[in-house]
Write a protein that binds this ligand. Structure first.
Ligand code: DUC
Ligand code: ZN
Ligand code: ZN
Ligand code: ZN
Length: 467
């Protein structure tokens, strides 16, 4: 099967030019001035951008929440990623309760995702039950195609919390096998102190979530994580960076030549903590995520950091957590609200609307942060994250003339709300190809549930190459 996409404007992290893309047997086989050639299917992209499929390096499908005992929405709901223009996710593979890393990864690939994933996916190992056996399991990650491991410095008192000694040991182990360490960097001890004070004082509403997690607790976590990683010379990746104080730490470390990089997420760029001041519990609980939402000035600083290359990616941190059920657990006590919000289907148009259209980042930077860099960071480039001969035929045809508002009904995400509902949307993902197969047409899913494949990563990926 040969598919030709013609008359469009090809957009990559480096380039923008009029041309065509030819795909055969799931791969791109030609690019550029090839409008006249034989193809089984021809797609006319006049007036549209033709760009690499999005790569979202931070999602949580079919995963236990940090509070509660029900999993987030399953892999069949990755359909919403595809409709939103994301063709690859790097999903987290948390340990199943008191199971090992490898057993949990195998179970995820062979059971949780099997026959359900609509996107191609890589995985990050994730420590959620700290136990002795996991240290030796790090040696086995490369054979599974896993090039990263996430640990939590926060959530003290739960099995998620990784103490500094264990963190250091993980850093050492990861360095030996070429694995990047992703870190949830917040000072759990101080957050715990603030949370306990709030509850003691009867301060139980959602807004105390951000009050008990001030920016300095994130900045201290970032600074400590960087310091520890620099001692083992392990490339470090800071997950979900949110604020000016943390950016300062990142800038200082980079100035010293330390191998550290960081992402931010769509919601930290476009929402503020004011959302938690809403007296309606349901409206506020939608926006409970960790780290917490910050101020307008932080949003501005994050956009600047993206445009200058200080931050390398925008992720969704998608968590399919129902409002009517799971989030209700914290109705009388904000500390019981599971952290996380959905957003995998909205990342691309939100970054386009609020970044490119608003003049905060260029079109090339847009492709870089939503696709190319996440593919590099996670050892999937150039198979994913770019349009090159030999790359997978993962393609988004984007209509920049669309002008509307976000609606859950336009791209159902398997949960009962969309945090961007009613927000302005300029530009829309119109057509998507996954390995050469058309999976979205006229902004509607037309693929087959379960066609997404596990894509093993290469070790010693991008973060190992930094200075
Ligand atoms: N960290 C995440 O990455 N996602 C949701 C909650 C959390 O603490
Ligand atoms: Zn600690
Ligand atoms: Zn986290
Ligand atoms: Zn997350």
């Amino acid at each position: 099967m040969r598919t030709l996409i013609k008359n469009g404007t090809i957009l990559t992290a480096e380039n923008e030019y009029k041309g065509a893309v030819l795909i055969e047997n799931e791969k791109i086989i030609a690019l550029g001035l090839i409008n006249e050639c034989k193809a089984d299917k021809i797609i006319d992209a006049t007036g549209k951008y033709v760009m690499p499929g999005g790569v979202d390096q931070h999602t949580h499908f079919s995963a236990l929440c940090n509070v509660g005992n029900k999993d987030t929405a399953g892999y069949e709901t990755t359909k919403s990623a595809v409709v939103g223009g994301t063709t690859t996710i790097i999903d987290f593979a948390p340990q199943d309760p008191w199971k090992g890393l490898i057993e949990s990864i195998d179970y995820r690939i062979n059971v949780r995702a099997k026959g359900k994933a609509c996107v191609d996916f890589g995985l990050h190992a994730m420590v959620t039950y700290l136990m002795d056996s996991i240290f030796n399991e790090i040696d086995m990650l490369p054979a599974k195609g896993i090039s990263s491991i996430k640990i939590f410095m926060a959530y003290n008192g739960s099995p998620l919390h990784v103490d500094d000694g264990s963190f250091f040991k993980i850093l050492q182990k990861a360095r030996n096998v070429g694995v990047t360490v992703f870190v949830h960097a917040e000072n759990g001890e101080i957050i715990d102190f603030f949370r306990n004070e709030c509850i003691k004082n009867g301060q139980t509403e959602p807004k105390y979530h951000y009050i008990s997690r001030p920016p300095f607790t994130e900045a201290e976590g970032v600074r400590r994580a960087i310091y520890l990683a620099s001692q083992t010379d392990t490339p470090l990746y800071i997950a979900h960076m949110t604020c000016r104080d943390a950016l300062k730490e990142l800038l200082e470390a980079k100035g010293k030549g330390i191998r550290v990089s960081a992402e931010t997420c769509t919601h930290y760029l476009t929402k503020t903590k004011k959302a938690l001041d809403n007296p309606d519990f349901n409206e506020a609980a939608k926006f409970i995520c960790s780290p917490a939402l910050r101020d307008d000035e932080d949003c501005i600083a994050l956009w600047k950091a993206l445009s200058k290359g200080l931050l390398t990616a925008v992720s969704s941190d998608h968590c399919g957590i129902d409002l009517s059920e799971l989030k209700q657990a914290g109705r009388d006590n904000f500390t019981n609200i599971p952290n996380g919000s959905p957003g995998v289907g909205d990342r691309i148009h939100m970054v386009w609307t609020n970044g490119v259209v608003a003049g905060k980042i260029s079109k090339q930077k847009f492709v870089e942060v939503i696709s190319t860099m996440p593919a590099k960071i996670n050892g999937l480039y150039p198979r994913k994250g770019t349009l090159e001969i030999g790359s997978d035929g993962d393609i988004v045809i984007f209509d920049p003339s669309y002008n509307g508002t976000v609606k859950l009904d336009d791209n159902p995400n398997g949960v009962d709300y969309n945090v961007y509902e009613g927000n302005k949307q300029i530009g829309r993902v119109e057509t998507v190809l996954l390995r050469g197969n058309v999976v979205v047409e006229n902004a509607k899913y037309v693929g087959e549930i379960g066609m997404g494949k596990y894509i093993p990563a290469k070790m010693f990926a991008y973060c190992y190459d930094l200075c």
